[in-house]
Design a protein around this ligand. Structure first.
Ligand SMILES: [Zn+2]
Length: 305
């Protein structure tokens, strides 16, 4: 979900629930009208800010499933290797199609059900460490394409068909859900315009002219380098000893859209205002939805103070 994107697909997607409120059954059936090259569902990769207060930030990421199965954290280097094996085993054709259709197609959809069949522990670790997995899978898909002789592409993986016990109504989101991969059934209310945001920023050191890049995980702030790093040719001055200026043309931008999601009418308790959550759609998800669309939003829950 991190590659620069200049293509925005305009389409409409509607989902209708086929399960009772609470989302413990099968996934809702989703009716979508989309270009033929895309899948039959409309997952919105959410990065939702849960407006419940800063106290949630201090919660430690948990490595235990609700069933009490202890999870061992996986390391990023191992993860990339595992993702490369998975992609070669199961997604050769999808990767080939992506390479042919690039840049109109920029992502490969990976069903959680397939992951689970391939390696249950690996699949479960994705639910608890989605940020690590999404980054590792992005590096892996890039590497596999290079190994297959394809040129420079920067595609990414989208996870769909999450298990029903990862499905939440907005009002049921809790501190324990933070940083997990979740699926939220909701209706879109407000949708912002599509805006570029800096994903990897390039800065120039005013003392020596050296360029440094800094990954920008937070859309609300621009993180500057702490040091003009001598390891890659910088002058070793700390941030307070020099000045770093942003070099926009060498920075990596992605399309971003803010989407407000609201509880479905059937999820609301009588007389209580519907709860809402803000969702960040990135890359090829931008520009796909209209206010009033029912969606199943798959993504990582995080908080902004
Ligand atoms: Zn410098």
């Amino acid at each position: 979900m991190n590659a620069p994107s200049s293509q925005v697909v305009r389409s409409e997607a509607h989902a209708t629930r086929s399960t009772p409120p609470g989302g413990r059954g099968e996934e809702p059936h989703i009716i979508a009208r989309r270009p033929p090259c895309e899948g039959p569902h409309s997952p919105v990769e959410i990065k939702g800010g849960h407006c419940a207060g800063e106290v949630l930030i201090s919660r430690r990421r948990r490595f235990t499933k609700s069933g009490g199965v202890a999870m061992i954290p996986m390391h990023e280097a191992d993860l990339q290797t595992r993702w490369e094996s998975l992609l070669r085993d199961l997604f050769n054709e999808a990767l080939h199609n992506l390479a042919v259709e690039w840049p109109d197609t920029q992502s490969v959809e990976v069903s959680y059900r397939e992951l689970e069949r391939w390696d249950l522990d690996f699949a479960q670790s994705l639910l608890l460490q989605p940020d690590l997995h999404l980054e590792a899978s992005k590096q892996a898909v890039k590497q596999v394409l290079v190994d297959e002789g394809h040129g420079a592409m920067d595609p990414f993986i989208r996870i769909v068909h999450l298990p029903s016990d990862q499905t939440r109504a907005i009002s049921h989101l809790r501190a324990e859900d933070l940083s997990q991969m979740l699926s939220i059934d909701a209706v879109t209310t407000k949708i912002s315009g599509v805006r570029p945001r800096i994903y990897i920023a390039t800065f120039r050191c005013s003392s020596c002219g050296h360029l440094s890049t800094v990954h920008q995980p937070n859309e609300q702030e621009l993180i500057q380098p702490m040091l003009c790093d001598p390891i890659d040719g910088g002058c070793d001055r700390k941030a307070r000893e020099t000045r770093f200026s942003l070099v926009e043309r060498d920075s990596s931008l992605i399309n971003t859209q803010f989407i407000e999601l609201q509880e479905l009418p059937e999820q609301m308790r009588g007389g209580i205002q519907p709860e809402r959550i803000l969702c960040i759609a990135e890359q090829d998800l931008c520009g796909q939805l209209n206010p009033g669309d029912r969606v199943k939003a798959n993504g990582v829950l995080f908080i902004r103070s």
